[in-house]
Design a protein around this ligand. Structure first.
Ligand code: KIV
Length: 272
């Protein structure tokens, strides 16, 4: 189905706020390298997130905690070189902003200067308020991230749905309002009940981008390797798979291996 929408030549933080005002849903996917980012951008996806999920997807770590600022800058600069239209948002990794606002600003400046990304994303609400304000005062756009915040996995203990209880839902709503008030241009809401996510989206003028947060929000984000079916052991309920690349790639690699062994590859036309 093709969906009528305004033709944005280049997505900015202002375009996203305008999309929300015009009830146009925002599409966002992750990318960590040049080749993938080029395809995602060519498909017209509005926002590319250089997520710290690179720690899991690219490096094979169990959590997002080990990835470093230098590694995030490497991934982000590869993505930025590929894009013509999408807004590139880069995660500040664990340990690069939690200790104090000055360090948070230094980390955000390094991302902007050394990768060419357009905005940063930080996990948390009230507890990181001063850091967010300091980054914003330097003219760097900030996307918030509430709900399941994987950098705090050892505090939560599990990756299950957040804010099912009244008290946590109340804090989440307060944090969302706070992030909007201090100047964030958007918020990611991860793995929270759809009803709560809809309420939050309706209470804000900035876009709320959901992952496992239902369709009542202003846009959706998925990890690209998950939606392509490459990470085939990972199948949470919220994930829709748009391809089964694990199987396709596996078959292609097997075929190649067999062709090499049987001297079917290369043939006479595949040589000089
Ligand atoms: O790092 C990431 O990929 C993310 C998304 C899951 C929102 O933060």
């Amino acid at each position: 189905m093709s969906i009528a929408k305004k033709d944005y030549k280049r997505i900015t933080v202002k375009s996203l706020i305008e999309m929300k005002a015009n009830q146009e849903k925002i599409s966002m996917l992750t990318a960590y390298d040049y080749t993938m980012a080029k395809i995602v951008d060519s498909a017209g996806i509005d926002v590319i997130l250089v997520g710290d999920s690179a720690s899991n997807v690219m490096a094979g770590h169990e959590t997002t905690l080990p990835i470093t600022l230098d590694q995030m800058i490497y991934h982000a600069s590869s993505v930025v070189r590929a894009i013509n239209r999408a807004l590139v948002v880069v995660d500040l990794p664990f340990g690069s902003y939690q200790s104090d606002p000055k360090e948070a600003l230094r980390s955000a400046i390094r991302i902007m200067k050394e990768s060419g990304g357009h905005a940063v994303k930080l996990e948390g609400g009230k507890e990181i308020k001063e850091s967010v304000k300091k980054i914003l005062r330097a003219g760097i756009p900030v996307m918030g991230h509430l709900g399941l915040t994987p950098q705090s996995i050892y505090k939560f203990g599990t990756y299950t749905v957040r804010a099912k209880e009244e008290e946590e839902a109340k804090k989440l709503k307060e944090d969302a309002l706070l992030l909007e008030r201090i100047g964030c241009f958007a918020i990611v809401l991860e793995k929270v009940p759809a009803k709560l996510a809809t309420e939050v989206a309706e209470s804000l003028t900035i876009p709320v981008i959901g992952i496992g947060a239902g369709h009542g929000v202003d846009g959706q984000v998925l990890v690209t390797h998950d939606m392509l079916g490459m990470t085939h052991e990972f199948h949470p309920r919220f994930l829709r798979r748009y391809a089964d690349l694990y199987t396709e790639m596996l078959e292609a690699f097997k075929q190649y291996g067999n062709d090499v062994k049987s001297v079917d590859f290369p043939n006479d036309t595949e040589q000089y």
